[in-house]
Write a protein that binds this ligand. Structure first.
Ligand SMILES: [Zn+2]
Length: 415
């Protein structure tokens, strides 16, 4: 697909955003690779740069109590309800430069586009660069969006990083206010929208630069134990075996087959351990994990029931015993239908065939969605690769994302 539907100005704005993403990647805690952990020195330098760019656009940006960078571009009337845009600027270790950063800097670029023409809308636009999405440094995650959504967990402040530094102290040094972080909640926000790289291969496979997110998948994790009978690999005839590994293998295949039956449902056996784990011993015990995700909780529950039934029937048929324990469960977040419709219109306006897809990864949007209507725009990334320095987007796709987000913002109406 060519960028024939984008204007020269939109393509130029995309190139500028790419250049800024490159410059922003210089804010790292580790020379030679991008690592920007929550409240680190690199995070502080990145936040200062973001605030500086906001100031150049005439915006008064600041670090809020929870360590987010926030700024507001007023509408025609001061105090109008705001459309909030943004994403996170913390990264994993040895990260790519687009995960999170794309949505935070695209939000700023949208406002720069408005401010550059002195264009005011009926609503205000607030931009946010969340600081704590990846949850790498402390045993906490999404604390920035939780603060704005009014669901801040105070005990996050008592978490220590690997060097023994309390989040409370790091937040204070960063310019936040641990005593107020739990009470800042975003006021008068009509909706929240996050642009983000897809982190999956679907848009690339379909030749599309953009996608609109329908829902963020809910997830269930299981720990399955299979007890058979260990025995001599030479002396036990096949008919008399109760092999825990072949039973587990059949269970893994049944789990895969069930997930394949349904679009948007994914199931993974990612870890499997075998006891005693010797060449000449029939496996007596196997332990494996199951990760099941779907954009719809009822469909995930139905699939879960089927998986459990398959595991037990395979166990009975093979004379082994299976135990299934649930280790994690999170409900899906369904994006606001009006935002999905608005983003879809914007995607069509920039000449892209609309594709609505679920997000397999978690995002700040699912937290903000507990506070106000929320949704997401996905930008194609090469090979679906993320959390990796090989993360890559094209300048054209960058421009498509910014152009669609800008149109969405201009067309947005507070209901
Ligand atoms: Zn992200």
């Amino acid at each position: 697909m060519t960028a024939k539907h984008l204007s020269d100005a939109e393509l130029a704005a995309g190139r500028e955003l790419m250049a800024r993403l490159d410059a922003f990647a210089a804010f790292t805690d580790e020379p030679g690779r991008l690592t920007r952990l929550f409240l680190s020195d690199a995070h502080k330098r990145a936040a200062r740069a973001f605030i500086g760019w906001c100031a150049e656009a005439g915006l008064d940006a600041r670090i809020d109590a929870a360590g987010n960078v926030v700024a507001r571009y007023e509408g025609r009337q001061a105090g109008a309800p705001a459309l909030m845009l943004g994403s996170h600027i913390d990264t994993v270790r040895d990260a790519g430069r687009y995960d999170g950063n794309y949505g935070a800097l695209a939000a700023l670029a949208v406002v720069e586009g408005l401010a550059g023409h002195g264009e005011r809308l009926d609503h205000a636009v607030e931009i946010v660069a969340f600081g704590d999405e990846e949850g790498v440094r402390f045993r906490s995650t999404l604390t920035g969006s939780r603060a704005l959504a009014g669901t801040y967990e105070q005990d996050a402040l008592d978490q220590k990083d690997s060097g023994g530094v309390l989040m409370r102290d790091a937040l204070k040094a960063f310019g936040g206010d641990p005593d107020a972080a739990g009470s800042i909640r975003a006021n008068n926000v009509a909706a929240f929208v996050e642009a983000h790289i897809e982190q999956g291969p679907l848009l690339e496979a379909e030749g599309l630069p953009l996608g609109v997110v329908s829902a963020i998948n809910g997830a269930t994790r299981l720990e399955v134990g299979v007890d058979g009978a260990a025995g001599h690999a030479g002396a036990t005839p096949m008919a008399l075996r109760r092999d825990a590994l072949t039973a587990a293998a059949e269970m893994a295949l049944a789990i895969e087959a069930r997930a394949r039956r349904e679009a948007d449902l994914v199931a993974t056996v990612g870890r499997l351990e075998v006891w005693p784990g010797a060449t000449n011993v029939i496996p007596g015990h196997v332990q494996f994990s199951v990760d099941l995700r779907a954009p719809d909780d009822a469909r995930r529950a139905a699939a879960l029931a089927d998986l459990k039934a398959s595991i037990h029937s395979i166990a009975v048929a093979r004379g082994v015993r299976a135990t299934v324990a649930k280790t994690h469960e999170a409900n899906a977040f369904v994006c606001d239908p009006r935002i999905v419709a608005g983003l879809t219109r914007a995607v069509v306006e920039v000449g892209v065939r609309p594709r609505i897809l679920p997000s397999g990864a978690g995002h700040d949007t699912m937290v903000m969605g507990g506070h106000c209507p929320a949704g997401m725009l996905f930008v194609r990334c090469k090979g679906g690769v993320s959390h990796n320095p090989l993360e890559s987007i094209t300048p054209e796709d960058c421009a498509y994302g910014l152009a669609a987000l800008s149109r969405f913002v201009r067309d947005f109406r507070v209901s």
